[in-house]
Design a protein around this ligand. Structure first.
Ligand SMILES: [Zn+2]
Length: 276
């Protein structure tokens, strides 16, 4: 499978009349909806009944050139550096997760501080969250969480002040660890929410009686961005001063891709960039 679906690139060739021209700086959406099914017609192209994703199209951005369907192209905002443009796809997920969490209130906990967790923290602070707690096993990523604006960063299973006043309104779970999602459900105040972005590889035991019914915790998933509104929302946030750079920690040239992938896999990084 070709690798790489988060990109900043310059168009070198495109048919006329499509709204883009050679020389345009672009990023790309990952989800390609059919445009005509019930989901697409409801503005839910990211859950299209015949959804195609960037890499399932046989494409990949880890190279000097890539062929990208025009429907996926998104114009790069001016004044935003290439590394941040290349991070707009995952940052869009963080922004969407932050907006979902803030519907419950301004006190939000973020579980897992990989790139999407860090982008979520940046978005939460940009949108006015008054308290952001990060939960992350890696010391390096806890420091990154603080640099991104978290008020505190702790390791999982740390004893915290569980008084009602300190309970978060919502938790954003980005790690995908089944145990993290199970414990996230116990964290918010009654009536709060858990927004999960991570993809647990195994079934997660959920205390439906104790959490979902008796405490009315709402569990919701976020999958990608809303394919149009999500990009507009992020572009406006960037224009309004949202700075993604604290979450971007490494940049490698393509020939050093082994080192780049190792760095990303070791949990010793935020967002890792490859340069062609
Ligand atoms: Zn569709």
């Amino acid at each position: 499978m070709p690798l790489g679906h988060e990109l900043c690139a310059e168009i070198v060739e495109i048919a006329p009349g499509l709204g883009f021209a050679p020389g345009d700086r672009v990023s790309a959406e990952t989800h390609l909806g059919c445009g005509s099914c019930a989901q697409c017609l409801q503005g839910r192209g990211h859950t299209c009944e015949t959804l195609k994703t960037f890499t399932s199209l046989g494409l990949g951005a880890f190279g000097d050139y890539a062929v990208v369907p025009v429907a996926l192209l998104r114009r790069a905002p001016t004044g935003i550096q290439d590394e941040q443009v290349a991070s707009m796809e995952p940052a869009g997920i963080g922004l969407r997760a932050a907006r979902h969490a803030l519907r419950y209130g301004n006190n939000v906990t973020v579980s897992g501080c990989g790139p999407i967790g860090l982008f979520t923290i940046l978005a939460l602070r940009h949108l006015g969250a008054t308290r952001v707690l990060a939960i992350e096993p890696s010391e390096m990523r806890r420091s990154l969480a603080l640099a991104c604006g978290a008020h505190d960063a702790i390791v999982p299973n740390t004893k915290t002040d569980t008084s009602t006043a300190r309970q978060p309104d919502a938790v954003v779970e980005t790690s995908g660890a089944p145990a993290a999602l199970a414990s996230a459900l116990a964290m918010p105040r009654a009536g709060g929410g858990v927004v999960t972005v991570g993809l647990p590889a195994a079934d997660v035991p959920v205390d439906v009686a104790g959490q979902i019914v008796l405490r009315e915790i709402r569990l919701e998933g976020v999958y990608g961005r809303l394919v149009n509104e999500g990009w507009t929302d992020l572009q406006e946030a960037l224009a309004d001063g949202l700075d993604l750079s604290p979450a971007i920690t490494h940049s490698y040239s393509l020939e050093n891709y082994h080192e780049a992938l190792d760095t990303a896999a070791r949990s010793a990084s935020g967002k890792v960039i490859l340069r062609m």
